[in-house]
Design a protein around this ligand. Sequence first.
Ligand code: PLP
Length: 379
Amino acid sequence: MPRRPAPFAQPVYVTRPVAPPIADYVKRLEAIWASGWFANSGPQHAELERALAAYLQAPQLSLFNNGTIAMIVACQALRLSGEVITTPFTFPATPHVLSWNGITPVFADIDPASMNLDPHNIEPLITNRTSAILAVHVYGTPCDVTALQKVADSHGLKVVYDGAHAFGMEIDGRAITSFGDATMLSFHATKLFHTAEGGALVVQDENVKARIDLLKNFGIKNEFEVVMPGINGKMSELQAALGLEVLRCLDAERAERARVAAVYRARVADMPGVVLAAEPPGVRPSYQYFVARIGGEGARHSRDDVFHGLREFNIYARKYFYPLCSEYSCYRMLPSASPALLPVAHRVAGEVLCLPFYGALGNADVERICDALEYLLTH
Ligand SMILES: *Cc1c(COP(=O)(O)O)cnc(C)c1O
């Protein structure tokens, strides 16, 4: 039996944003000050849009002020309406963007291994009001994109992906954003790549991108023509400048997170009552989260015991995504939100725990987090 490890002197949070050398950011700020161009598709915006399109192999990419507005605009650009089938195991923004478009979210149960929308559960929920599937690559595990597309194609539905956790992911060398009709990326500070607040929409069709670029700028076509009821979804020059510097740090951050993940895997895999998500073959990971599932069959300790126990060691793991979106007061009256229809999602939401995961965690820190976890699981 291991002895009780000492708590961390400073709190350890679930993530820590990539912070590029400040002098490099200041240089870009000086250029912005000199030009007096702070917003509305200036040179920083153009440079970041180009750089990300190249880095992500995503030629039709539009920057946004955040990922949620990007998804709201995706619904408008693809003219979604009626009902959209989605997952309850996600961040609130996913169903909320449907509500903001006057669309009813219809929750379908998830796959127990990937924790993503299970393509088998979609067909029974399709009605003559269904216009799309909104799936999430949760934690950076890719959805079964082939099966989802097949269901969508046989019913004439659009496919939109919430790719907030999927930055830079590839399936067999193919960019994750090349699947479906549109993919949202979030550049919030808690995401692998970030612009403090920000996001992007990637589509396959240049005409759709043209429509998106109008929609994110009030529908303004030129000085005298407003052609549709758009919104303000624009990313500022300050955000874009930060993104350009964060992008330069990204390969190094990915390498550090791969190191952290390897230390966790080596230690956590053998702990009693803990299951780690499998690493799907052929997938270039996003390194967005490191999730452990605790308290499944035969476990002696519940996820909540471990969650509270870790706080005594000054470790702030997070229960993403508990509670399920279908449990929110604004959605739980929906027929599809009934817990009896979402058994897998309810089980998974009771087991998941996102452990601290960022490049600045040293190996000794990760070992110490594992010591605390092991202590809690064996006492
Ligand atoms: C972060 C996140 C969002 C929201 O993105 P913002 O850029 O913060 O608006 C949406 N969906 C998921 C799954 C997320 O994790």
